[in-house]
Structures are given as structure tokens and as C-alpha cells.
Design a protein around this ligand. Structure first.
Ligand code: HEM
Length: 214
């Protein structure tokens, strides 16, 4: 996947319904249910889940202007779930994950000594989380604001449109985007109405290369 270089101001792109997005180059993502048998060791209960992963397709566009990376994710969801009004209610959510070590795997959300960094948006929350994980069950959430990560989301015409933005570089222990270089990326989407949370979700598979235009 390519992060395209543009001259449009990042502030204009933070609007998920900006007219800019209708003509922007987008990639289609095939999403599938997470293979939860893999998490048996950390959660035998989750490991027997077999009705998760309802979102099968998403669309993504990625841009940078030399300073800020903007990522817009969009997927069909006829009715938004954005409120937790009972114990058995869950909200829609989306995340992108990046490797922080050369051999880190998205399939396991990293491993001890091979960390990953995820940006995690949850419907109804004003700020995204900036998560560091070294394998399932090790996720450490941080407020996105601490690494200048922001997200804006709109549900319109039966779709969620979520825009993440972050400066190309923040602190040393977060993913860095260097123009002309590559990193990796993978995606996850949770359907709240299908009781999706934590490992119960759709995901895009192993990391794919993410090329930052120079
Ligand atoms: C490749 C794309 C993936 C992304 C973007 C992603 C992202 C996330 C995020 C943001 C969380 C929530 C952390 C929190 O509560 O703060 C999470 C939790 C979890 N994920 Fe993933 N994940 C991915 C793949 C997978 C796969 C393939 C599995 C299982 C085979 C999995 C299993 C889990 C489990 C068990 C949890 C709950 C425990 C924990 O928080 O570590 N994930 N994931």
C-alpha cells in the first residue's frame, strides 16, 4: 500500500466527509474473522468464538503532506452501534496496527521483544487510543493525545468513515513514518451489534508493506 504525497492541508483532510475523499485513490481490503483458536492459551473462552468477523470488506486511503499522515478507513455498517447502554452491548470500532520491530507479526499482535503499535478508535469516544502490544493479552492503552494521534468519525449513508491523523514522527517508541521508506500495516474492524470486542473482530491478515512516498 502507498502513502501518497499531497499538498492538501492536513486540517482539511481531517473531515471524514471532505469532498476530497470522493476522488482520492483508495484500496479495497478483504477482511476475515480472526483465527481465535490461536488465543487459547490466553483466553479459552474467546478461542471457541465462531460467530465473529461480520465485516468482510473495507476501503482505505493514506496520504501525507510531509508532516502529518492521514489515513481514512471506510466500511459498510447499516446501523451504527456507538453507545454502551447495557452490560451486553458493545460499540463499533476500528484499528490499524504497525510493526515496531522488523519481524513483528500482525497475526499475533507482536510478541515479547517484537512490539507492535496500534491506533484504536471506538465509536462514542472523542479520542483514539494509542496501543502498544507484544502479543495477545499484552495490550497497553495510552491516550492518543500523548502521541498527537487524533481520529474523527462519521456514520453516513450506511457506512462508517474514520480518519486517523498523526505527525510522521512522534516519540521513539511509536511507529515512525519516513518519506521514501517502508513500514507495514494491517487493519481490524469490530461490529458492536455482533458483540465484537477484543479478539472478536474482522482483520485484514498479516502486515502488508506500507510505502511512504518521498
Ligand atoms: C491484524 C490486525 C489487528 C489489529 C489492528 C488488532 C488490534 C487490536 C486492538 C486495538 C485491541 C484492543 C486493545 C485494547 O483494548 O486497548 C486488540 C485486542 C485483542 N486482539 Fe487484536 N488486532 C489485530 C489482530 C488480531 C488477531 C489476528 C488476533 C487473534 C488471532 C487478535 C486477538 C486479540 C485479543 C485476544 C485481544 C484482547 C487482549 C488484548 O487486549 O491484548 N488480534 N487487538
Amino acid at each position: 500500500m502507498k502513502v501518497v504525497k499531497v499538498s492538501t492541508a492536513a486540517a482539511a483532510l481531517s473531515d471524514p466527509l471532505s469532498p476530497y475523499w470522493s476522488s482520492a485513490a483508495k484500496e479495497r481490503l478483504s477482511m476475515m474473522p480472526t483465527p481465535l483458536a490461536m488465543v487459547d492459551e490466553v483466553s479459552p473462552f474467546l478461542a471457541i468464538s465462531n460467530d465473529h468477523g461480520s465485516v468482510e470488506e473495507a476501503e482505505v486511503a493514506a496520504l501525507h503532506d510531509g508532516r502529518t499522515l492521514t489515513l481514512r478507513l471506510s466500511w459498510a455498517m447499516p446501523k451504527a452501534a456507538d453507545k454502551i447502554d447495557d452490560l451486553d452491548r458493545f460499540v463499533d470500532a476500528a484499528a490499524v496496527i504497525f510493526p515496531l520491530a522488523r519481524n513483528a507479526s500482525a497475526m499475533t499482535m507482536g510478541a515479547k521483544g517484537q512490539p507492535t503499535n496500534a491506533w484504536y478508535w471506538k465509536a462514542g469516544k472523542p479520542h483514539p487510543y494509542d496501543v502498544i502490544a507484544e502479543g495477545f493479552g499484552s495490550s497497553q492503552r495510552h491516550d492518543g493525545a500523548t502521541s498527537s494521534l487524533s481520529a474523527r468519525a462519521i456514520h453516513a449513508d450506511g457506512r462508517w468513515h474514520v480518519v486517523f491523523q498523526r505527525p510522521l514522527e512522534t516519540s521513539r517508541d511509536r511507529v515512525r513514518f519516513v518519506p521514501g521508506k517502508k513500514t507495514g500495516i494491517a487493519f481490524a474492524i469490530w461490529d458492536g451489534r455482533n458483540r465484537e470486542r477484543s479478539g472478536r473482530k474482522s482483520f485484514s491478515g498479516e502486515f502488508i508493506p506500507l510505502e511512504i512516498a518521498g
